[in-house]
Ligand binder design. Structure first.
Ligand code: ADP
Ligand code: MG
Length: 258
């Protein structure tokens, strides 16, 4: 699977939210999108999933423009996990994940669909909650279910909008490890994320957005002190530790002179 975004422009009314966004993604990669609130991360994910239609530019999957692909085929290629708003339509865990099979089902689920759903429930270790209403789960469990619905689509690309917001540290790692595991079988993931340390831990590629434009793109080196200061307006130190690379705001270190 190869994804190519070429010169995307999107405006809500007259206000431009994305301007001339281009990048490529190969199979099995994790791309994180970082940038301040309002920089266009959610808008970009919605354009890729075709929820929003860019006024200019195109999105190609394996050389095919998604404009010409049917919506069920788009759903078989891409699974979108929206930013959670905490509330959901009443539905059991099982039924919610089964909804992910909609692009494959004519009217009745086949044995394969039920197997995919039970496999996803097993992978996510949600067996004991399978018949529970998702509104009766914790935020972390509910987030896993929504990711499970996307996994049941058996997509080649996972689009996740702040999947770790509102989760405790253990669930943040659990969710991102799960996404990383998917990439071992060739699935790609595009993740909008605020936590730069999690971005450093999980990304193969990083795009830094600012005011709807790509401010910087590349590997982990994108998350350097100069770029972070220019975009977020805070001084940070980036520390190379044997266990990884970490970003620490200077004010946490208390050394304002460096
Ligand atoms: P992010 O996800 O990076 O916080 P968004 O993509 O949500 O950014 O927003 C990008 C810009 O588009 C912001 O200026 C925001 O106010 C604007 N915007 C987002 N959604 C809408 C909408 N539905 N109608 C009008 N403007 C919007
Ligand atoms: Mg957003």
């Amino acid at each position: 699977m190869k994804l190519e975004i070429k010169g995307i422009k999107f405006s809500y009314g007259s206000a431009p939210a994305l301007n001339n966004i281009s990048f490529r993604l190969e199979g099995g990669e994790v791309l994180t999108i970082v940038g301040p609130n309002g920089s266009g991360k959610s808008t970009l994910l919605k354009c890729i999933d075709r929820i929003l239609k860019p006024q200019r530019g195109c999105i190609m999957i394996d050389g095919k423009d998604i404009k010409g692909i049917g919506s069920e085929e788009v759903a078989r290629r891409m699974g979108y996990v929206p930013q959670s708003n905490g509330k959901s339509f009443p539905s059991t865990v099982f039924d919610t994940i089964l909804m992910g099979r909609k692009p494959y089902i004519r009217w009745a689920p086949a044995a394969k669909d039920l197997k995919v759903v039970s496999d996803v429930i097993g992978t996510l270790e949600l067996e004991e909650f399978a018949l529970r209403d998702i509104n009766e789960l914790s935020g972390g469990q509910r987030q896993k279910v929504i990711i499970g619905r996307a996994l049941a689509q058996e997509p080649k690309i996972l689009l996740l909008d702040e999947p770790t917001a509102n989760l405790d540290l253990k669930h943040q790692l659990e969710v991102l490890n799960l996404v990383k595991e998917q990439t071992r079988s060739g699935v790609s993931a595009i993740i909008a994320i605020h936590d730069l340390n999690l971005a450093l831990r999980y990304s193969d590629k990083v795009i830094m957005l600012n005011y709807g434009k790509v401010f910087a793109a590349g590997g982990l080196e994108v998350l350097n002190p100069e770029n972070i200061e220019a975009v977020y307006g805070i001084k940070v130190r980036v520390i190379n530790h044997s266990k990884g690379i970490f970003v620490i705001p200077e004010e946490f270190i208390g050394d304002k002179n460096s």
